[in-house]
Each structure stands twice: as C-alpha cells, then as structure tokens.
Design a protein around this ligand. Structure first.
Ligand SMILES: *Cc1c(COP(=O)(O)O)cnc(C)c1O
Length: 448
C-alpha cells in the first residue's frame, strides 16, 4: 500500500488509536457499525436454518466420529467442550484491577475439544465431513438416512483415497483438517506458515499428512496452498479466508452453548446480559461463533474479539473499513507473536464484512500479558492453554476499565451485577507437556 493511501486512511480514522496500534500499545475499540440484531440480519446471507443444517450434518456423522475417535464415544460422537466456572482466576485478576469485576466468569474450553484440541475442531472438521458426505452421496456410496458408522471402513477409506484435501494454516487448522482427513482416508496436504510450532508439524507427519513448510507468513501459506490446489481437479482446498462452511461449522457452537447455559441455570435476557470474548486470527472461528450467538441471544449478547498487539489485522480492517485490502505490515507492524493461532497479518474480508453489524468491539493484548495469564490460569484453575487461547481473558477487565461508553450507550451499567462473561479458550490440550512447561516458565519470568 502506498504512503499516500495510508495518509488518507489516517485522515479518516481516530488518530490516537492508530498511533497506539503502531506503537504496539494495548487498545480497546468500539465498533460504530454495530446494529440492532434485526437490522444486522437484513445484511447477512446466512440464517438460523443454515446453522441448524450444519448441526444436523454433525448429528449424522456422530456415529462415525464415535467409532473412529473412541475418545468421543462417551458423548456419542458429538465434538463439544465444557463450560467451566473460573471464579479463582477471576479473584486473582480482580487483585490487579482498578474496577470491581461484576458478574460471573466462565471459560468455554475449546482448548479441550476432542480430536484436535482447539476451536478448529469445529469449523475444520465440519467442512471436511461435509465434503466427504457430498462425495460419498454423489457416488452412490451413502444416503442421508444410512448409519454413518459404515464410513469407518476400508471400502470408504479406499474411496476417499482418490481425493486430496489441502489447507493453509498457522498450525491448528492444519491439525484439525489433517487428522480428520487422514482418518477418513483422504490424501491431505497442509501448507504451514513460519509461525507453526514444530510439534504440530511432527504430529501431522506421524499421521501421514504431507506438511509443506514456508518461511513466510500465514497469508502466503494460504495463497500458495490455494494456487497448488487449483491445478488438481481432485483436490479440495479449504479456504480459511473465504469459507462459508467453516463459518457455519463454528456457528454451531452457539446452539450447543445455549443448552449448556440452560443446564447450568444461567439466564441470558434483557436484565442478564452475556459478554463473550473471542481470540481472533483471520476471523472465521470467532466470526462464526459470534454470529451463531447473535442468532440465539440477539441483542442480549455482546461479542468482542481479541488480537495480539503485533497482529491487530481485524481491528485495522474494520476500523478503516478496508478489510482485506489492508494488512498490519502497511502500518509497520511486524505480525510476530508467540500466539501462533492469531499470527495473521491480513484479515478475512468475507468475515470482516459479515460480522460488522454484529460485533461490539475489538481489543489488543501484549504477548507478555498472554503468558502471565497463562501462568495464573494454571495456578488458580489447573487449566493449561496455549498462549493464543488466553487473549479473551483480559476482555472483562478492559470492558470494565475502558468500556464505560459502551455500557452507558446500551443501558448496561446497572445490569452488570447480573452479567455473565464467557472467555473463549481456543486451544491447548494437545500441546506437549514440555512445551506447556516452557510457557509456564516464561509466564513466571515475566511477573514481578
Ligand atoms: C485459529 C485460532 C484462533 C482464531 O481463529 P481464526 O479463525 O483464525 O480467527 C484462535 N485461537 C486459536 C488457538 C486458534 O488456533
């Protein structure tokens, strides 16, 4: 992007925030384009039916999943994560906050989703299953009312082995797509960006997944994967930047969450607001979940995204309105962060535009804070996450300390004592012990 264009962008945006972003300070931004639910829905191509369709498809595949991944059999092949109270962690954080942290805090433990241990076990696995279903039905191998456990057979593995699946990833999407595709019998290639952790590459190779390594960032790995896949008619490319299927797979989380809240007798209504804090990379995961939540909780849910100070791509895309036409590099920001799941320099334009009427705001977090919170969560709740997954944790504090305007505008100030805050923990349970120990040690060394 030219110097001239940056200048004109800066003219149209609140300067202090851009200055803070460029100097890598943490910021809290409110989205001026947030609309009432009914108005927002008029601008979106998706409906509640699309999400229910996705849920029904996952239901059809449950018998297969239970058989192919025995760790899911207790939940009958439904890939879901716990919703856990974290009152000890809240107390710990309260000690360092200038404001009373009103309301109840819960952790949505996608870090502990079966099969691939991250939020990508939602969208990623869903899109592969949808593709597999289309191929199998299209070739008269399967019909909608079959018992899908028949897919766990040599006959199906042989059938799928005629096809290839490819994806570009910073790590976790590659893990999800790689593991499920290889299990079904597909050939699968994962194009990994330079941030991808070694253990993720090793794990995939151990499952016969082809891993192609790049010395460039996520956007390049995706572009290269897309280019190579385009030349092979039997190759299906999972496009993390533009995929409606990934999006709908993520959105199913909301339907499940609604049930979990019900089971725990947690109310969400006009007087009991729900706040949700979602770590954001390219945007698909948090965007899909946030959209799903809006479908079910409408104006009673308030969704915030969280990004590393070194990779505030969605924030820059949304605040300038330029979406994928702009990257963090255009502002001299380096996109170097230990939060590998969030190391994305250019946001998805598809998601940015879609989520614009529904998103309350975005804030940024330093890597140092991520590590400190990682250590504190391990100490207080005995929960071990990867750095990316902690980005949601500072959301409730930022809201109370910097979000006064939002609370007043939405008549929320008096309702905060009845509020529920869900921090979306997006990954961690597959991280090897020794890597977790290093993270913990780093968090400890950063405290004083
Ligand atoms: C991928 C990922 C995210 C963000 O999802 P996007 O779809 O890239 O926005 C957050 N946390 C973790 C651990 C991830 O792997």
């Amino acid at each position: 992007m030219t110097h001239f264009k940056i200048q004109s962008i800066l003219k149209n945006c609140p300067h202090p925030l851009i200055d803070h972003l460029i100097s890598l300070k943490e910021v809290f931004w409110l989205n001026q384009h947030l609309e009432k639910y009914e108005i927002g829905m008029k601008k979106t191509p998706f409906t509640i039916q699309d999400v229910q369709d996705a849920e029904a498809r996952l239901g059809r595949f449950a018998a297969y999943i239970a058989k192919a991944f025995p760790e899911t059999s207790a939940d009958n092949g439904i890939i879901e994560s716990p919703l856990t109270k974290i009152s000890q962690m809240k107390q710990k954080i309260q000690l360092n906050s200038s404001q009373p942290l009103l309301g109840q805090w819960l952790l949505k433990c996608d870090s502990h989703l079966p099969i691939s241990g991250s939020i990508k076990a939602r969208g990623g696995i869903y899109e592969v299953l949808k593709h597999a279903e289309e191929l199998a039905i299209g070739n008269q191998m399967l019909s909608l009312d079959d018992d899908y456990s028949i897919i766990a057979s040599e006959k199906f593995r042989e059938f799928f082995s005629q096809y290839t699946i490819a994806v570009g990833s910073t790590g976790n999407l590659g893990l999800s797509i790689g593991i499920i595709s290889a299990k079904l019998g597909f050939n699968v290639t994962v194009h990994m960006s330079t941030d991808a952790k070694q253990w993720k590459k090793d794990l995939l190779r151990s499952k016969n997944v082809t891993v192609v390594e790049y010395t460039s960032d996520y956007s390049k790995a995706v572009a290269e994967g897309r280019r190579q896949a385009a030349s092979d008619p039997d190759c299906y490319f999972i496009d993390d930047e533009n995929s409606p299927d990934l999006f709908l797979g993520y959105a199913v989380a909301a339907l499940r969450l609604q049930k979990q809240l019900n089971d725990q007798n947690i109310q969400v209504d006009e007087n009991h607001p729900l706040f949700v804090y979602l770590p954001c990379g390219v945007g698909g995961g948090p965007g899909g979940v946030a959209f799903g939540l809006k479908l079910f909780f409408r104006d009673y849910v308030h969704c915030f995204f969280a990004e590393p100070v070194h990779s505030p791509c969605m924030l820059l895309g949304m605040m300038t309105g330029l979406h994928d036409q702009i990257s963090v590099y255009d502002f001299g920001i380096d996109n170097i962060t230990e939060a590998d799941g969030l190391a994305v320099g250019r946001p998805s334009g598809f998601i940015g535009k879609l989520i614009e009427p529904f998103l309350s705001g975005i804030y940024t977090v330093s890597d140092k804070q991520l590590f400190i919170m990682l250590k504190n969560l391990a100490d207080t709740e005995n929960l071990h996450l990867e750095p990316s997954a902690l980005a949601g944790m500072s959301g409730p504090v930022k809201l109370m300390e910097e979000g006064n305007k939002y609370l007043l505008n939405h008549q929320l100030a008096k309702k905060m004592k009845n509020s529920t805050h869900i921090i979306w923990a997006t990954g961690g349970s597959m991280v090897p012990q020794e890597v977790l120990a290093q993270y913990y040690k780093k968090g400890k060394s950063l405290m004083h």
